[in-house]
Write a protein that binds this ligand. Sequence first.
Ligand SMILES: *Cc1c(COP(=O)(O)O)cnc(C)c1O
Length: 470
Amino acid sequence: MDNAQKLLRALPSVDEVLKSPPGKEWLKKYPRGFVLAAIRETIQKKRRAIRGGRHKGSGISISDLAPAIGKIVRGLSAFALGPAINATGIVIHTNLGRSVLSAQAMDNVAKVSSGYSNLEYDIEAGRRGSRHAHAGRLLKEVTGAEDGMAVNNNAAAVLLTLNTLARGREVIVSRGELVEIGGSFRVPDVMAAGGAILKEVGTTNKTHLFDYEDAVGENTALILKVHQSNYRITGFTAEVPVEELAALGKKLGVPVVYDLGSGCLIDLRPYGIHTEPSVREIIKTGVDLVTFSGDKLLGGPQAGVIAGRKALIDKIKKNPLARAVRTDKMTLAALEATLMEYVDPERAVRNVPTLRMLLEEPQDIKLRARKIAKLLLKAGIRADIKVLQDSSKAGGGSLPELELPTYVVSISPQKLSAARLEENLRKGDPPVIARVRDDVLLLDARTVADGETNVLAEKVAQAFIREIKQ
Ligand SMILES: *Cc1c(COP(=O)(O)O)cnc(C)c1O
């Protein structure tokens, strides 16, 4: 018997590995199917290496094979969707899950979803109820509207509104507001999907009240105003303020709908952000309906809110499409808990992470940046580390012109490029998403939670070690 045959005979069987101490550990932690697949793959690979004469003296006992098997089974059993550390400073980062939910929202999700709930049950009456009732109560409270409802997201809110109120009829929109929000939400396309006929008025830079007035005719279903979420037209421009549109709509008997996109529930002016009126103020202008996202400035779960006149919302609720875009109980639980914070705006600023991060004092961000820098210095990484003043963005198409003063930890590595460091960080567990500028890696402390600073520093140190190993 030659050496190869000896080795092949000595290889452990799948069953032996399964029954070994590491095998038993894996079975406790991971799905059996994945454990089996990992063991089979590792043994087969070994067998092929031996047959092909590529086996170079490394052991073939169970404990020799265990690290490779462990790595495969961990990879197979890892969730595809997982947490990440956002060190970009972009608060409403759509690619990183938009809004971070408050502790209160998470508690309520767990409470409502780990057992049965009154999702569609009217406890008072003892019969079937409506899932819209729950968020509706607080939406009225915090927006001042006659009624409100939540659907899957704001794209769905716009689609459903158009489909209910304007199917087969005309919707008047300014040419300056035919926007693309990203992720293929384009106003003309949503209009078509909703079955409405787009009637463009005005020009790209200027639209006047008379443009709208001249366009209203027999077949006009509604006037739609769209928030210029992620861009600005500057220079020789004119747009019609929503109060004037609302008055025109009343005069002509045409409903006016305003797609706000972000939709801010509190007045941000006392906090130095002057660009965005609150939903309450917009409702007060007399506009018939507004739509906005649950996970942009509101800081809640992915959802779309429709608020305004009760008669119109009642119609929207009856549209068969409403069923197709309805929200789940987890969303409703998170949304109601988030809305509850807004009953007292100061509480919202304290407890809703999106608002807290947007409005955090630069001095407090600086303290966190310093703490991260200190941990990095302690870890002894080979880089030039500084805390610098910089600016961060709101993100999510919200407040596009706003530059928020922030502090970043700048890392200028000695032995590798900042791009390489960024890649190593991104491929870590959990991944850290950071910015690179002029061959320097920047960690913006605004979007790093206090509870994440230690892990972040550890991951940065590991990203340097990873480079040495490769
Ligand atoms: C973001 C946005 C949307 C889409 O909202 P989602 O909640 O992402 O579906 C629609 N309209 C405007 C103006 C927006 O800013």
